[in-house]
Design a protein around this ligand. Structure first.
Ligand SMILES: [Mg+2]
Length: 361
């Protein structure tokens, strides 16, 4: 199976970071500043796509297509966190935990054995999709096929929240691929597609009908690869590339209502609570941190992040509170209402092998 999260960055914003944005056209990208802004759309929700907005498009153009679209600057750490969550879910379903992460929001999983426990592979796909939705709040699509290449194509056929099944039978696979454009294949980019086009080759079906020898003058060394993939042949084994190594632990708190900058005690208290949660996690995982980062988002969505790195690693909870509070007091704008507060520890190291001095005191 190939699992691909739907409109990933935009979905994290809509379903996790800013639930009030559900149902609205949302773009992750720089402020379009009334059409004069620079930069590109990094992700667009399906509502935004309905207005013709696509990722990679200049934000100024997106603004003209849909002036009502909500632009958020994006929060990469939250995308990394959500990615870790759904990858862990995939690992629970996959045969022997075999998961191959392909990017932050997509992965292949081996399901040959576990599928036998279901009446149909689609049942398993639905269970995976529902589990991911329930536990991460995020939508995904699933492609089921005899190999990775075909599964990836299948996933893209029914988005969002789709499940596409391609049977094992090689003839069925060939039939599934035949009508598709050549650039449906992962690995056939614009240049290759244009070259094939010059020979009037537009669909995978046309490539299936040719021999490798006939393809040679057009594709050279790539001929065999192209012929095999177009015919649904992909012998690559699904090699597990391991769970992601934890690089940081973070926790955010978005306030239901923006917090007045005068309410310093409440903001401090919130930082302390967040630090407590993080310190617990650090302890449970037998880690130590060196860097502490405080994130502040103001009512107008501008976000600042400030860090401090210690000379040595520690797991000390009190230290974390003091540093986080210190950064907050020093870096915050005392005039502006706060929408979100976050704390992160990074530069993590494993202290499980070390004996903690405190254990002897
Ligand atoms: Mg995706």
């Amino acid at each position: 199976m190939h699992i691909d999260m739907d409109a990933y960055f935009a979905s994290v914003e809509q379903y996790r970071n800013h639930p009030e944005l559900q149902g609205l056209p949302v773009c992750v990208g720089h402020d379009p500043k009334g059409g004069k802004g620079r930069g590109v759309v990094r992700a667009a929700s399906y509502e935004a796509r309905n207005h013709g907005i696509r990722s990679g498009m200049p934000v100024s153009r997106a603004y003209r297509l849909c002036p009502n679209a909500v632009f958020v600057s994006g929060d990469f750490q939250s995308y990394v966190n959500a990615s870790g969550e759904f990858m862990a879910i995939l690992r629970e379903f996959a045969d022997e935990g075999r998961v191959r992460r392909a990017s932050i929001d997509e992965a292949y999983i081996e399901t040959t054995f576990i599928c036998q426990e279901y009446r149909h592979p689609k049942e398993l796909a639905l269970e995976i999709q529902t589990t991911i939705k329930d536990s991460t709040k995020l939508p995904c699509s699933v492609g089921i096929a005899p190999n990775m290449s075909v599964a990836k194509i299948a996933t893209g056929m029914n988005k969002p929240m789709g499940i596409t099944f391609v049977p094992q039978d090689p003839l069925e696979v060939v039939r599934f691929l035949a009508p598709l454009q050549v650039d449906a294949l992962n690995g056939v980019g614009k240049v290759t597609a244009e070259r094939l086009q010059r020979y009037d080759i537009k669909t995978l079906g046309q490539i299936q009908q040719m021999s490798v020898t006939e393809l040679w003058p057009i594709m050279g060394r790539g001929s065999r690869w192209l012929h095999e993939r177009a015919s649904g042949i992909d012998e690559r084994p699904l090699v597990d590339n391991g769970p992601r190594i934890r690089k940081s632990i973070s926790k955010d708190r978005t306030f239901l209502e923006d917090v007045d900058p005068e309410a310093v005690d409440y903001l401090h208290e919130t930082i302390f609570k967040i630090c407590e949660r993080i310190a617990e996690k650090v302890k449970k995982k037998a880690l130590e941190y060196r860097t502490v980062t405080v994130k502040l988002r103001y009512a107008d969505y501008t976000t600042i992040q400030r860090s401090r790195t210690l000379p040595v690693s520690t797991a000390d909870a009190d230290m974390l509170r003091r540093i986080a509070r210190g950064i907050f007091d020093q870096k915050r704008d005392p005039e502006r209402a706060v929408r979100l507060l976050g704390v992160k520890v990074s530069s993590l190291s494993d202290n499980s092998a070390q004996v903690c001095l405190a254990d002897f005191l």
